[in-house]
Design a protein around this ligand. Structure first.
Ligand code: AMP
Length: 355
């Protein structure tokens, strides 16, 4: 594919804050963006040149979307397979590809895929029934975590099992199909954000260190407290995943860093990631620009970090403190334009530059 010239239109499936920041980065490079979302008044549509509102299963609307855009990308991984098939049938070029999205949608497929690539994961087993869960718990041991295979995010769709006596209750609440994972007593959580261009070029952002509160990312610090060997291992895993999928765009892998220095892969996101928001101010190219460059067949940009930084998510009512952040010269404030500050909802973030 030859580089898309400025003035081309990039299609984004999804209307959330990741789509919003992708759209802003695309605009900076001279592209127009058309957002396709089923969410009315979405954060992404409100900053984009065009938007189509509709169900992800509305083939006529998807065909119209495909007609308007030069390339399609996604800001969330749970795009239905039918949507991708309809877009392909309408002649759209979609990046990342359907295989990467399908694997990332299913925790069992994802962990099996990591295993095939010799990337360590927590011990895991498929759970289709209460009997499977009992057997898996015997093999893996407690504590463990029962997770839904699909549609879990930000700590939703998972229950910690402290002792075998908790198993029946956990299964009643989550049901099947699920996956049981051994609990990893990690030292910290880190993520690697990588990109692969249309020409196969690969680039990495510096390893991020992430704190979660109640399963939701609360803070990222950069650089991570991890040695060069650990960072190199994370990069090798990301490269293997990118190449296995013949991937185009940004991809993130979250790991547990164990006390002995081993990295254990928790999950991957076939997209830009919350732990990479610091790159907007603290790297020469942001993760959002990098993704747009990759899908537009432009050369990848330099990922050099300019300074140390921390990113703090503004969740629910936190965004009510916007005036204090706005008055702080070291805090770069981002608000996503969401109308309703529900508990647990990501409303914005602040990046503090440590200059
Ligand atoms: P997830 O939705 O799978 O990313 O899980 C959300 C958070 O739960 C992770 O960032 C971890 O803090 C924690 N967690 C998930 N799986 C495990 C595990 N197998 N062992 C320890 N902690 C976990």
């Amino acid at each position: 594919m030859s580089p898309l010239p400025p003035g081309s239109t990039i299609g984004i499936l999804g209307g959330g804050q990741l789509g919003r920041m992708l759209s802003q980065a695309a605009a900076r490079l001279g592209f127009d963006v058309c957002v396709f979302t089923d969410e009315p008044d979405s954060p992404a549509a409100r900053v984009s040149a065009q938007a189509i509102g509709g169900s992800y299963l509305d083939h006529a609307a998807l065909a119209e979307f495909a007609r308007r855009v030069d390339v399609v990308t996604t800001e969330f991984e749970n795009v239905p397979a039918e949507t991708l098939e309809a877009l392909a049938a309408a002649g759209a070029r979609v990046a990342p590809n359907a295989q990467a999205l399908a694997v990332a949608q299913d925790r069992l497929a994802e962990k099996s895929f990591f295993t095939q690539l010799a990337i360590a994961t927590p011990p895991f087993a498929a759970v289709e029934s209460q009997a499977d869960l009992d057997k898996a718990l015997k093999n893996i041991g407690a504590p463990a975590i029962l997770k839904t295979r699909r549609l879990g995010y930000d700590g939703r769709g998972q229950i910690r099992i402290e002792t075998p006596a908790d198993a029946a209750h956990a299964y009643e609440r989550l049901g099947a199909p699920g996956i049981l994972e051994g609990f990893c007593a990690f030292e910290r959580e880190v993520s690697i954000i990588a990109a692969r261009g249309r020409d196969g070029q690969v680039a990495f952002f510096d390893l991020c260190e992430n704190d979660h509160t109640g399963g939701i990312l609360s803070r990222t610090q950069i650089p991570a407290r991890a040695g060069a060997d650990i960072e190199a291992a994370a990069q090798a895993s990301a490269r293997a995943v990118l190449e296995a999928f013949d991937y185009v765009g940004v991809l993130t892998i979250e790991f547990f860093l164990m006390p002995d220095g081993a990295l254990v892969a928790n999950e991957m996101a076939p997209r830009v990631h919350n732990s990479g928001h610091w790159s907007i101010e603290a790297a020469l190219t942001s993760q959002f620009e990098q993704h747009i460059r990759a899908i537009a067949a432009w050369p990848l940009g330099p990922t050099t970090r300019i300074c140390d930084a921390e990113m703090i998510n503004l969740i629910g009512d936190d965004a009510g403190n916007w005036a204090a952040y706005a008055a702080d010269p070291d805090a770069r404030l981002h608000l996503y334009g969401k109308r309703d500050a529900r508990a647990g909802r990501k409303m914005g973030h602040v990046t503090r530059l440590k200059r």
